[in-house]
Design a protein around this ligand. Structure first.
Ligand code: PFF
Length: 445
């Protein structure tokens, strides 16, 4: 059977942007920035995206395109007889961990969407938006219905295949979300007291840099948001043929992803300060802030419907890229059909989702890592350990396993001056940067 391919370079770019832009930009970015002091975090995050994230994104896509195989198969093909393929196993494992909790949060978004459609969130519920959210997620079974629905939609798109399902869905999702977010940012900035939020986001508190956890938080967020270190971008790159040029495409994806994160910061933080919400509220942050904004603005009920619809679509275009990683791998290894493999992988992830969801209900006292509940613990392992290590392996592969000539050729950089800068980053700067940040987070340096 011949491998599938994107219809065009634009199709690939939109799908990769769809993968990058998702709950990570809106939900995760705002609570991680809120927990880590805002401005100082933003600076480190932008540095991580520019100096490590985008060069790694290019490397990761180029591995997939060169090998034309899944995340394990690519390393087996390009480096036969070596242990590099273990990087791929890490990636497959990360995919299960990430979609396990991602589908739960996306399920919350579907629930909110329905609340806006039926009008029940148009006015503040009796317990307040924070109280209503807490009540909803701590119910043991109800949220699972929405998680299952989200997983079902993800499976449906992935079963439809690369071009028909993933590519065409993204062409509509992205522009719609961008427009809504920009309009909301203008609203948020116009609230009384919004200036405090802008200060929080843009004028760093320098003392925050002395907290070691901020560095890994910034690196982990950059990796999560750009979908790198797991093999999603590698797998998408494998559906790309040789005639499409990579550097411009990956830079575009990185810029777009960062744009969405900064704009959602502009939506969330002015409102957080204007309405006296705690910026360090953790994962529930956007689910409390956004309804509070929508309640204050004209036609907020309708804005709520459209916003959560776009958020669900953004989450879907990311979740399909996560599910595609193990699907592509198992399909090849066991020669299973796309349909069967997707349903099986999606079902296993849903079971993990059940565990995550119960972590807010009957298992609320279960804290696998430190004080963290089940969702935070899975996110911690995936974003702060697996993605950075997976990314490190990939960047070392391109910087050190490939010859310079192979690396430049794989990324369409042959004979380019920028290519030399990129190569320096990939060979020295980024790996050292990732290692230092990881050692720092372990308290070793
Ligand atoms: N980048 C996605 C987001 O920001 O929501 C999440 C994600 C997708 C993470 C794919 C990792 C991944 F491999």
């Amino acid at each position: 059977m011949s491998r599938e391919n994107w219809g065009s370079r634009l199709g690939f770019m939109l799908a990769a942007m769809g993968s990058a832009v998702g709950l990570g930009n809106i939900w995760r970015f705002s609570f991680v920035a809120g927990n880590n002091g805002g401005g100082a975090f933003l600076i480190l995050y932008l540095l991580c995206v520019l100096l490590i994230g985008i060069p790694l994104l290019l490397s990761e896509v180029s591995i997939g395109r060169k090998a034309q195989s899944d995340v394990v198969g690519s390393f087996k093909k390009l480096a036969p007889g070596t242990p590099w393929f273990l990087t791929g196993f890490f990636g497959v494992l990360s995919a299960f961990l990430i979609l396990g909790f991602y589908s739960v949060v996306a399920g919350w978004a579907i629930y909110y969407f329905i609340q806006y459609v039926t009008g029940s969130f148009a006015a503040q519920p009796e317990a307040g938006y924070g109280g209503a959210f807490g009540e909803f997620i701590s119910n043991s079974w109800y949220p699972l219905f929405w998680t299952a629905l989200f997983m079902g939609l993800t499976i449906f798109i992935v079963v439809s295949g690369v071009k028909k399902g993933i590519e065409s869905a993204n062409k509509i999702f992205m522009p719609l979300l961008a427009i809504i977010l920009i309009v909301l940012a203008f609203y948020s900035i116009s609230f009384d007291g919004a200036a405090e939020g802008l200060r929080f986001l843009f004028s760093p508190d320098w003392s925050a840099f002395s907290d070691p956890s901020i560095y890994i938080a910034a690196l982990g967020q950059a990796f999560f948001s750009l979908s790198i270190g797991m093999g999603a971008m590698l797998t998408y790159g494998s559906y790309l043929s040789k005639e499409h040029k990579l550097p411009g495409a990956t830079l575009g994806i990185g810029i777009m992803d960062t744009f969405f994160a900064v704009v959602s910061g502009l939506v969330i933080f002015p409102a957080v300060f204007a309405f006296g919400i705690d910026p360090a509220s953790g994962p529930p942050l956007v689910f409390i802030t956004l309804p509070t904004i929508f309640e204050q603005i004209p036609l907020g009920g309708i804005v709520g419907v459209v916003f959560f619809f776009a958020l669900i679509l953004a989450a879907l275009s990311s979740s399909v890229s996560i599910l595609e990683v193990p699907t592509a791998y198992f399909m090849r290894v066991f020669n299973w059909s796309r349909r069967f493999t997707t349903i099986l992988m999606g079902s296993i992830m849903f079971v993990l989702g059940i565990v995550v969801s119960l972590g807010f209900g009957i298992w609320a006292g279960v804290t696998p890592i430190g004080e963290r509940n089940i969702l935070d613990s899975m996110d911690y392992v995936a974003s702060y350990i697996f993605l950075p290590l997976g990314g490190l392996a990939m960047i070392l592969f391109v910087g050190w396993y490939f010859t310079k000539q192979q690396a430049l050729e794989a990324t369409d950089f042959t004979g380019s001056a920028v290519g030399n800068v990129w190569y320096f980053i990939v060979r020295y700067f980024a790996p050292i940067g990732i290692i230092l940040v990881c050692l720092n987070s372990l308290g070793i340096i």
